[in-house]
Design a protein around this ligand. Sequence first.
Ligand SMILES: NC(=O)c1ccc[n+]([C@@H]2O[C@H](COP(=O)([O-])OP(=O)(O)OC[C@H]3O[C@@H](n4cnc5c(N)ncnc54)[C@H](OP(=O)(O)O)[C@@H]3O)[C@@H](O)[C@H]2O)c1
Length: 324
Amino acid sequence: MKNKDIINWGIIGLGNIAHLFAKELKLVKGAKLVAVASRSKENAVAFATTYQCPKAYDSYEAIMNDNNIDILYIATPHDSHAELTIKALEKNKHVLCEKPIALRYEDAEKMIATAVKHNKFFMEAFWTRFNPSFRAAFAKIKQGEIGTLRYINADFAFYAEEKKGNRMFDLKTGGGSLMDIGVYPLFLAYTLLGIPKNIYAKSIFHSSGVDTQTAMILQYKEAHAVLYSGISHTSNVEATVSGTKGRINLNSMWHMAESYTLIKDDVKTIFEFPTQEMGYLYEIEECHECIRNNAPQSNLWSHKNSLELMKIVEEVKNQIGLQF
Ligand SMILES: NC(=O)c1ccc[n+]([C@@H]2O[C@H](COP(=O)([O-])OP(=O)(O)OC[C@H]3O[C@@H](n4cnc5c(N)ncnc54)[C@H](OP(=O)(O)O)[C@@H]3O)[C@@H](O)[C@H]2O)c1
């Protein structure tokens, strides 16, 4: 790369998350939004105008050929993550792809193999891994502050309105709770406890075929993770990690927490880590750090991490009978 002080970003798929991301991209030193692509000209131009972006493409194909882009952020529904990531990597771009990395394990494997083949940086946008509160709690837990881990409890649910065009109810694009938000509690159990020995899962399904509720138990040698995702009601969106010497609550909403609470001997201590905006800028900073250091992947959320998490997701899919 010629000038690593400035990193040129492109965004593909201009929906909800693309807006949040573009807003935070502006806060990162050296980040420049140089092109966006939508399936509609109108949306592309409106988005580009809002975020002062010089190029607005009305096709995903066109942005792939823009050689001014260093890294492309894929912000489309899950079913197109694999295809668009592979295309972008083959067009010599680094890629940050929204979670879940893909709908199928084999697609995630292909994405990573393509990144390796073309020697480009590639990361699944698991932003929670870069959240300051999560990072601090994670470090405390790894240092043994709460002893040996025995139990994790984490939920993530919100009420999704059943209206036309809501991708949550569209099986084709990977709708339902598991792939959209169930991956967060699974991420927590995986980052702290690793790959489970056994996985048990049950779901309730919508008539469209998507899961509206999924309850999961991950069993480890000496620990359990009891996890839940839902799109038919709200929940506290809290997580508790319990060990032999105490516990840590990742405070609501835990996946984007601004504090955690350490509870030891009935004494509660709150540690505050206010985020700038919602906290997408931290994953952007990680991409910059890796690209500037010619690192093909992040140490904090590596290719192996994405693949292993996807393997766990795959087993939950098998258990509940969800196929894409
Ligand atoms: N990290 C996070 O916190 C977070 C939060 C929300 C979502 N996400 C992830 O980001 C991805 C997008 O979610 P979103 O909530 O932004 O979705 P969204 O609001 O529906 O936007 C997705 C965009 O993708 C494009 N698109 C391409 N093919 C599409 C299709 N078949 N159906 C609908 N849209 C299509 C559309 O943009 P154009 O019309 O401009 O082409 C659409 O606006 C998902 O994979 C989701 O898991 C992550």
